[in-house]
Design a protein around this ligand. Structure first.
Ligand code: HDE
Length: 752
């Protein structure tokens, strides 16, 4: 065919592709003829933005609407072009001197394509490199109106667009999600009065009291500098060397060793602003506050073995969980709450120094008062553009919210702006779409690398007469940001802390005493594991001396595990009242977005019963997943996981509608032959699934042959295992168990 015909055909195909007349028949894809099926991994089209969510990238750097489509710098029109818009005919072959000849330097398309590719990566964040983000909406309850003049908190029902980035701290961008670590919980509120960033963590305390120690803790906690191992772990000598010498880190360290260090899901984490902030209301009155995010689904964790398995089986576990839940319509939700304290010159509450970031104020002493609700309802369109390029900064404050003198907070005010200069290559990162304020901008910042604004006017200075005096300073009536005129006491310049900062153990003991027996056991095991990974005996011994100052049982148990004598405390054990709010167990929670695996096979499966439980599970806001010996269909059911692809860590509960025998004609994988199945008549992979779910304290249920399987393995009589005659009865009992998250009664605790 002639070149003209080839071009015409290609053009028609391209036009069809974008106009949708020849859309691929993908189930669940908008415009597809096929209805949505239950397969969660089915590719889906991006969700349309909700009406209240403006597209930041349709705005100019000054906040004005441009009217440009959201993808202004990509995918315009049907044809492939160069970066300059010239249409291209071939992007698969470089320009050569003959088919076997060398590539010509003149190939401008090749050079443009490869040069751009060579520079695709930007430096990862120095900490919190691995993360996942989502868009959402914050709705104010109006309950903070008497505390702050910040409009997004003050006005009842006011909706504000937000972007949230969750992260681990220690690992590189490609590390696993489920490692034992603190999690970042950073929220950007695009308010009408400017952007407010709440850059918090899932733990309310920090390792250090003064920002000048941040490079020390990070150098100690990250990999060893000679081999860059271990990745994303605190279980190594330098971390424990630092925290055992620098005892103010002991409180945060215990939070990391607790179940909080291995969250089940980003959706099931609390968030904390950590520092104390200062709010100012319309009357000019101030209060001190701590910010809290309370997840609707409760605070839940993985068990350690599950976390380790997930790091290999599905390193994207948390990222996938967040995006699957949003796409399934199970929108993650949190309430924003405030602990409120009088703004006294001492800046203390109930004897607790509010400027010390290693201390909490127990909720029993200062209840968390809800002030609004956050809903995450949209996944990113482009991970790099949004999640990688988002830049948080504690200095992004709005009128009504101000900082305190917490020395950790003060140092962060410097660091977050500074770090972006290298990471995002220059001072204009606030013009990147995800970082653009949704309030009008009228600054006098000019030029610099990656300047995208075309600033008009000749006088970016003040005072001026040439631009008519523009821009003008705002006064109180125009809602200007004004620092609260806090009096700074006259004092000598010193490199020192207040004396109250010297108490490093009382709140660690408070945390320990607040844990339930099973949570205490997990903490003991975590310390024993991590210290067991250290090579230096003196580091283990030094950390044991710290534990002795926290609690004798904790110290003895960990010492026993390490095969070392338990040392005596070096201080009188601090007095501490437990704070029940710190424990994660003992309540009932909604199970939205939880995954329930259902094992079926081609023989004895009660397909009608399976269909019923699938519907009930979906109606309860959970996700049913059919697991079968092979892909395709079993009866009329679409199979979502096969025995080869299913692993227990994915499921919050397991239902057995069958007792699948090993397939005689299947080619077994080597590792399937190994190991001792608990009942020889059952496929070893199903045995493993049941065994792991049981070990990880998950609810398990079976009916028909599934019940028989549970009886044969001897599990039927154990706590949290349901054996019933009908599908519906089995599910109802399993659902009830799931409300408590795990079946801890299966493992009676040995510590009180
Ligand atoms: Fe950060 N921290 N941090 N941090 N932090 C960063 O900023 C820093 C601290 C937190 O998803 C960096 O943009 C110092 C406490 C989160 O993009 C950097 C100190 C808390 C994130 C930085 C702290 C946090 C960061 C790296 C000691 C909880 C991820 C890249 C004073 C309240 C934000 C960047 C995101 C990221 C510095 C301590 C939370 C280098 C100097 C305390 C959630 O600027």
């Amino acid at each position: 065919r002639s070149p003209a015909e080839v071009i015409k055909d290609a053009a028609e195909a391209a036009v069809e592709a974008v106009t949708g007349s020849a859309k691929p028949d993908v189930p669940g894809k908008p415009g597809s003829a096929k209805p949505t099926v239950e397969e969660p991994t089915t590719p889906k089209g991006p969700l349309p933005p909700s009406p209240e969510q403006g597209q930041p990238d349709t705005r100019t750097p000054t906040g004005a609407e441009t009217g440009a489509p959201p993808t202004a710098f990509g995918q315009q029109g049907a044809f492939l072009t160069t970066a300059q818009g010239a249409r291209l005919r071939d992007t698969d072959h470089s320009l050569k001197a003959g088919p076997r000849g060398p590539v010509l330097l003149q190939d401008h398309h090749f050079r443009e394509k490869i040069t751009h590719f060579d520079h695709e990566r930007i430096p990862e964040r120095v900490v919190h490199a691995r993360g996942a983000g989502a868009h959402g909406v914050f709705t104010s309850y109006g309950t903070a109106a008497n505390l702050t003049r910040a409009g997004f908190l003050k006005e009842k029902g006011k909706q504000t667009e937000v972007f949230v980035r969750f992260s681990t701290v220690l690992g590189s961008r490609g590390s696993a999600d489920t490692v034992r670590d603190t999690r970042g919980f950073a929220t950007k509120f695009y308010t009408d009065e400017g952007t407010f960033d709440l850059v918090g963590n899932n733990m309310p305390v920090f390792f250090i009291q003064d920002a000048i120690k941040f490079p020390d803790i990070v150098h100690a906690a990250k990999w060893h500098p000679d081999r860059e191992i271990p990745q994303a772990q605190s279980a190594h000598d330098t971390f424990w060397d630092f925290v055992s010498l620098h005892t103010e880190a002991q409180h945060h360290t215990m939070w990391n060793m607790s179940d909080r260090g291995i969250a089940r899901s980003y959706r099931m984490m609390e968030g904390f602003g950590v520092h104390t902030f200062r709010l100012i209301n319309d009357a000019g009155e101030t209060v001190l506050v701590k910010f809290h995010w309370k997840p609707k689904l409760g605070v839940h964790s993985l068990v350690w073995e599950e976390a380790q398995l997930a790091a290999g089986v599905d390193p994207d576990y948390h990222r996938r969980d967040l995006y699957d839940a949003i796409e399934a319509g199970a929108y993650p939700e949190w309430e924003l709450g405030l602990q409120v304290f009088p703004d006294t010159p001492e800046e203390t509450f109930a004897g607790i120094d509010l400027l010390d970031a290693t201390k909490i104020v127990p909720e029993e002493l200062a209840p968390v008062q809800p002030v609004g609700k956050l809903v995450l309802n949209r996944t990113p369109t482009n991970f790099h553009a949004e999640v990688e390029q988002v830049a948080f900064h504690l200095g992004n404050l709005v009128p009504g919210i101000d900082v305190t003198n917490d020395p950790l907070l003060q140092g962060r005010l410097f660091s977050y702006l500074d770090t972006q200069l290298t990471r995002l290559a220059g001072p204009n990162f606030h013009q990147i779409p995800i970082n653009r304020p949704h309030a009008p901008v009228n600054d006098m910042l000019r030029d610099g690398f990656h300047q995208h604004a075309v600033h008009a006017g000749v006088a970016p200075y003040k005072p001026n007469s040439l631009d008519g005096g523009n821009p003008f300073p705002a006064g109180d009536a125009e809602n200007a940001f004004v620092e609260v005129p806090v009096t700074v006491t006259e004092a000598p310049k010193v490199r020192a802390n207040p004396v109250s900062f010297d108490d490093h153990f009382s709140q660690v003991r408070l945390f320990w005493l607040s844990m339930s027996p099973i949570e205490k056991e997990h903490i003991i095991r975590a310390y024993t594991f991590e210290l067991g990974k250290c090579y230096h005996q003196e580091i283990r011994e030094r950390q044991l001396r710290c534990l002795a100052n926290i609690d004798p049982v904790l110290c003895e148990q960990v010492a026993k595990g390490l095969g070392l004598p338990a040392p005596e405390p070096t201080i009188e054990l601090p007095q501490a009242e437990p704070s029940p709010a710190l424990s994660q167990v003992g309540q009932q929670w909604p199970a939205d977005g939880r995954l329930v695996g259902i094992v079926v096979d081609d023989t004895a499966t009660d397909l009608k019963g399976v269909e019923e439980v699938r519907e009930t599970i979906a109606a309860a806001g959970m996700v049913p997943l059919i697991i079968a010996p092979h892909g395709g269909k079993v009866g009329g059911l679409t199979v979502q996981r096969t025995f080869a692809t299913a692993r227990s860590i994915e499921f919050d509960a397991l239902l057995l509608a069958a007792s699948p025998v090993p397939a005689p004609d299947a080619v077994p994988a080597r590792d399937e032959k190994a190991g001792a199945p608990r009942t020889a008549a059952v496929d070893p992979r199903v045995n493993m699934l049941v065994d792991e779910c049981w070990r990880h304290a998950k609810a398990i249920g079976g009916w028909g042959p599934g019940a028989e399987l549970l009886r044969q393995t001897g599990l039927a009589d154990t706590p949290g295992v349901v054996v019933q005659d009908t599908a519906a009865g089995t599910l109802a009992a399993v659902q009830q168990l799931m409300a408590s998250h795990r079946v801890w009664e299966r493992f009676p605790a040995t510590v009180a």
